[in-house]
Design a protein around this ligand. Structure first.
Ligand code: GLN
Length: 278
């Protein structure tokens, strides 16, 4: 039998040419099977791995090699200190979306009950992070995909954040006539011809790409946002690294002011926001 350390090493080696983080992937997969944290794996490094665990591990490594995200294989992903359940019905929450959460929180006073609408909520990551940080806020999460919304609802139950109002439908359709203090979204924004899509085949296409330019969903949200915002409410949108100028222009055209784009952790502009006066 191989030890924990040996099993990890061989897993990481197999993933070398398929993953940007082979060691981390190997640790998360083996940790899931053995019920150990990453530090637990190190502490138990010299212990043997049972043969059936090795087999399960080999099958997960194989699925990872075929392109399955680690989060789908473990069923969970950390986002904003929350352990979120993820399935192939939802986009795997990404670190750049935490930039959006941070910008949202800066504009949501702790001592007031603000209303926040999260469009295309997927796993519920943004809605749940905001609800966890602003317990007095009233958060509504919308998604067009029934299985995605089920994941979000399950997450809110698991995390004890059950006050969120989850609604099924396309963008503003499920919130007719309602106005919010803030609208946030990480919509599909990858252009149809973008080669990045080739690496993202495991995730739901509808969460990544809905048209040739990649700006279709953002444009639909910008169209409806002002009518669903309170006076001086904020719209905060995640977008691709080349889209900041287009998104800013769209917001300007819809009467938004104080428009700014903010960088992700690699310094690329990835979140654009603006406010309206009605
Ligand atoms: N951030 C994702 C990616 O580039 C895209 C997510 C989206 O379209 N909302 O992998």
């Amino acid at each position: 039998m191989n030890t924990v350390a040996e099993t990890l090493q061989s897993g990481a080696r197999s993933l070398l040419s398929h993953s940007d983080s082979p060691r981390l992937d190997a640790e998360l997969l083996l940790g899931k099977i053995l019920g150990l944290s990453r530090s637990g794996l190190i502490a138990h490094g010299n212990e043997p791995v049972a043969i059936e665990c090795e087999q399960t591990y080999a099958s997960l490594i194989e699925q990872r090699l075929q392109g399955a995200p680690v989060a789908y294989l473990t069923g969970t992903r950390e986002f904003w200190s929350l352990a979120l359940r993820v399935t192939s019905a939802v986009l795997v929450p990404r670190p750049e979306t935490e930039v959006l959460v941070e910008l949202a929180l800066q504009r949501l006073p702790r001592d007031r009950s603000s209303s926040v609408l999260d469009l295309g909520t997927g796993s519920g990551a943004i809605a749940l992070a905001i609800a966890s940080e602003r317990p007095r806020s009233r958060v509504t999460g919308v998604d067009i995909s029934p299985p995605a919304l089920e994941v979000a609802i399950q997450n809110s139950r698991d995390l004890g954040l059950s006050r969120i109002d989850w609604r099924l439908g396309s963008w503003f359709a499920p919130v007719p006539g309602e106005r919010f203090d803030m609208i946030v979204a990480n919509p599909p924004y990858v252009a149809a011809a973008d080669s990045a899509l080739e690496k993202l085949t495991a995730e739901p296409a509808i969460a990544l790409c809905v048209g040739p330019t990649g700006l279709e969903a953002i444009s639909a949200i910008a169209d409806g946002a002002a009518a669903h915002l309170q006076n001086q409410g904020w719209l905060i949108l995640e977008h691709g690294s080349e889209q900041a100028a287009d998104v800013a222009q769209l917001l300007e055209r819809h009467g938004f002011t104080r428009i700014r784009s903010h960088p992700d952790f690699s310094g690329k502009p990835r979140v654009t926001l603006g406010t309206v006066h009605s």
